[in-house]
Design a protein around this ligand. Structure first.
Ligand SMILES: Nc1nc2c(c(=O)[nH]1)N[C@H]1C(S)=C(S)[C@@H](COP(=O)(O)OP(=O)(O)OC[C@H]3O[C@@H](n4cnc5c(=O)[nH]c(N)nc54)[C@H](O)[C@@H]3O)O[C@H]1N2
Ligand SMILES: Nc1nc2c(c(=O)[nH]1)N[C@H]1C(S)=C(S)[C@@H](COP(=O)(O)OP(=O)(O)OC[C@H]3O[C@@H](n4cnc5c(=O)[nH]c(N)nc54)[C@H](O)[C@@H]3O)O[C@H]1N2
Ligand code: SF4
Ligand SMILES: [Mo]
Length: 674
């Protein structure tokens, strides 16, 4: 039997659609979907090969139970009974807040809704979070303070028509290629692109201006741009007057940041800062595209606020062809946040500490709900080490490889009394579990993902679940064993979520058959919202919040003279569980490496491909050196996609005090020749 099943890509947050080509229960290929508004018939190299990991022989097929330190395969009933018994035992003994759930940005909205409901209604705790904590939590906390809503303000299709795109801390060509393609189109249409990135990424080659600042110095850079914009009278007085508050405080705060003083902090020529300010401020249609280069810092939230300040000073937000584009990472990280897989909000960003909101969910779910906000993923790890968190239920996340400071994370997970992991492959985190439950991949389930432009799109089942169950089925069965019944039909889970979440009120599976809908969708006849904050910010007036430069938690010194930054390659995806199992992808960059500037390489006495030891205060790793002027002196850069050569043994778990995201993008390191 042959069929073509339309679905959404399981990798990045762009949200491309394709058909899975299925022959006799075997997925043999991917066919792009021309009518999809996101991908318009294009895909990147990961999308083209997205079918390959699904039926890979390494897929987990049976539940695994650890006995005397070794896994043995058991039946679903044995595994689920055991999990329910242990969860109940720990809850009875230590109370509900001794348990925590990590939801998954790789899973569907409907599954994430079930996961947060499971934590709150079944386990009785708000301790639920997911990888947004490591990623764009600063976007949610920062933009919320400035605008009243923490998601992308505008849509992909505006990009080709921009006059200016300021790309800062985002590498769209590799991390969001189908958005990168729109940036390319904008350049072809005459847009001026300004790239601000410590690494000379591909878009820098065709940019009007490339600024190579030191990692962790963006507030100084942006404040200096604002300073110069005010000095040159390039600000939008009418916008500031009508739509914002707090301008005087901002003016005061940026007065110290002249392009000259910022040059000392950032390592960027004052003239370049002035040029960037002039281009951005005087363009009619200008937007800012940013990502983890801004969020993954101890000043992540303030970095986001500084960009919101810049956009408001120039009136480049709250209308079409403007705004901030936070390039959300995972296929469904936007959705996992929207579904309330966060410790402080239910679905639709409704606060758990708001009595009225709680009452609404209590009456819909028929249980009493916990009142205090729960722990973030960052704090769960610390609490585990302290012995206060006893049990962690992780779904589709590999913290051992992806959280900063691997040795610390291993210590945390080993301190637990009970660890459950839902996985599709046996990851390093799964290896530490007491029980591993084999979940299903995107190709085995019905549901939805929400992409970086807030578009809610369908995911469809191409083959039956290989393990017999989806992640959603597993949650429902564990809940049932704990005495709580949940809806199992994905479209009905979506209806329940919509009925409780105003921003999603108007969505349903029928309404998104064709091309999805962009939230807010407040009513069943509402067409969706491509641009938010039109006429008025979600919080009323946009708020200028003064922010000042603070160096990263760890700065270079005599012993550790380099700044290590980390990030992504086009061909690999996060931990690489899926992409390293695709031969065409693995062929490119099969091993980890470190990029180092030619002058530094010469000083150490190494050439490209020489083995070096990268050392930080937390760990060390032997990799090959890539000598390149992509990075400037004193800066080194590594990808983190390799499970057997784990970059995160090096990274720093120091975190932003507001959003609690770790500082993956800057720590002190040294390099030793071997
Ligand atoms: N191919 C591929 N695509 C992916 C992923 C993947 O693993 N592989 N992962 C997905 C996920 S989860 C996410 S969150 C996104 C992330 O997408 P991006 O954030 O675009 O990717 P990164 O490479 O982590 O970092 C972006 C840029 O930040 C720069 N940078 C580093 N430090 C600083 C700094 O201090 N300031 C500034 N201004 N820039 C800095 C880096 O040099 C890099 O070019 O990608 C998603 N897409
Ligand atoms: N050094 C460094 N480290 C980083 C970053 C960085 O920039 N630098 N970025 C951070 C960021 S932004 C992120 S988002 C995290 C990502 O961290 P993770 O979320 O841990 O990384 P992923 O590889 O996306 O892994 C998720 C896991 O989900 C599994 N999976 C995929 N689909 C499904 C499914 O449908 N069901 C189930 N049950 N499992 C599934 C995969 O096999 C994989 O093991 O990494 C962070 N780590
Ligand atoms: S750009 Fe992202 S969503 Fe599109 S095909 Fe590539 S990985 Fe998939
Ligand atoms: Mo991410």
């Amino acid at each position: 039997m042959m069929k073509k099943v339309l679905t959404t890509c399981p990798y990045c947050g762009v949200g491309c659609n394709f058909y899975l080509d299925v022959r006799d229960e075997r997925i043999v290929g991917v066919i792009p979907a021309k009518s999809n508004p996101v991908s318009k018939g294009y895909l990147c190299v990961k999308g083209w090969h997205a079918h390959e990991p699904v039926q890979h022989p390494d897929r987990l097929k049976k539940p695994l139970l650890k006995e005397n330190g070794r896994f043995k395969e058991v039946s679903w009933d044995t595994a689920l009974d055991y999990v329910a018994k242990r969860l109940k035992g720990i809850k009875d003994k230590y109370g509900p807040d001794s348990l925590a759930v990590c939801a998954s940005a790789r899973c569907t909205n409907e599954e994430n809704y079930l996961m947060m409901k499971f934590a709150r209604a079944v386990l009785g705790t708000n301790n639920v979070d997911h990888c947004a904590r490591t990623c764009h939590a600063a976007t949610v906390s920062g933009l919320n303070q400035s605008f009243g809503s923490g998601a992308s303000t505008n849509s992909y299709d505006e990009l080709p028509y921009m006059d200016c795109i300021l790309i800062i801390g985002s590498n769209p060509t590799e991390a969001h290629p189908i958005v990168g393609w729109r940036v390319r189109t904008a350049i072809d249409n005459g847009a001026k692109v300004i790239v601000c990135d410590p690494r000379r990424i591909l878009p820098a080659e065709s940019a009007e201006l490339y600024i190579q600042q030191y990692p962790g110095t963006d507030i100084a850079l942006i404040n200096a741009m604002i300073n110069f914009i005010l000095k040159e009278n390039l600000h939008d007085k009418e916008f500031i007057e009508k739509r914002t508050e707090g301008f005087d405080e901002l003016r005061q705060a940026v007065s110290d940041y002249t392009p000259e003083s910022a040059a000392e902090i950032t390592g960027v020529e004052p003239e370049a800062i002035k040029k960037a300010a002039r281009i951005y401020a005087s363009s009619k249609k200008a937007c800012i595209m940013y990502s983890l280069g801004m969020t993954e810092h101890t000043v992540g939230t303030n970095n986001i606020i500084s960009m919101a300040n810049l956009a408001m000073v120039t009136g480049h937000v709250g209308k079409e062809f403007s705004g901030l584009y936070p390039m959300r990472g995972q296929n469904n990280v936007q959705g996992a946040c929207d579904m309330g897989a966060l410790p402080n909000v239910f679905s639709g960003y409704q606060s758990v500490t708001d009595g009225e909101v709680r009452k609404k969910f209590e009456s819909a779910w028929g249980v009493k709900l916990p009142e205090a906000a729960g722990l973030t993923l960052t704090d769960m790890m610390f609490k585990a080490i302290e012995g206060k968190l006893k049990c962690f239920y992780i779904i589709g996340e590999d913290q051992v490889r992806t959280d900063p400071d691997t040795h610390m994370i291993e210590r945390a997970l080993k301190s637990l009394e009970f660890l459950v992991v839902h996985e599709i492959f046996l990851t390093e985190t799964a290896k530490l579990a007491d029980v591993v439950l084999p979940g299903a991949s995107y190709a085995e389930k019905e549901g939805t993902f929400t992409c970086a432009e807030r578009r809610f799109q369908r995911v469809r089942r191409a083959i039956e679940p290989i393990s017999g169950k989806t992640d959603g089925d597993i949650i429902i069965e564990v809940s049932k064993r704990l005495g709580y019944e949940m809806e199992s039909e994905p479209s009905k889970i979506c209806d329940e979520m919509a009925s409780l979440s105003p921003i999603y009120s108007g969505v349903s599976f029928e309404r998104i058959e064709e091309s999805g809908l962009q939230w807010p969708v407040p009513a069943k006849d509402h067409p969706g919202t491509p641009v938010v904050h039109l006429g008025q910010f979600r919080r009323g007036l946009g708020k200028f919040i003064p922010v000042t430069h603070k160096p990263p938690a760890e700065v270079p010194d005599r012993e550790y003279p380099f700044i290590l930054s980390t990030g992504r390659l086009l061909f690999h995806y996060n931990t690489g569980t899926m992409t390293t199992r695709v031969s065409n992808l693995l062929r490119e960059f099969p091993r980890n490496f470190v990029e180092i500037n030619p002058d530094d390489a010469k000083a150490i006495g190494i050439r490209s491909n020489a083995k070096v030891k990268v050392v930080t205060r937390r760990g060390e790793l032997v990799v090959s050196a890539q000598v390149t002027d992509k990075v400037k002196r004193r800066v080194i850069w590594m990808p983190f996609h390799y499970s057997n050569e784990p970059t995160n043994v090096l990274t720093n778990s120091a975190f932003d005090p507001v959003c609690r995201t770790g500082e993956y993008k800057a720590c002190a390191a040294k390099i030793e020749k071997i």
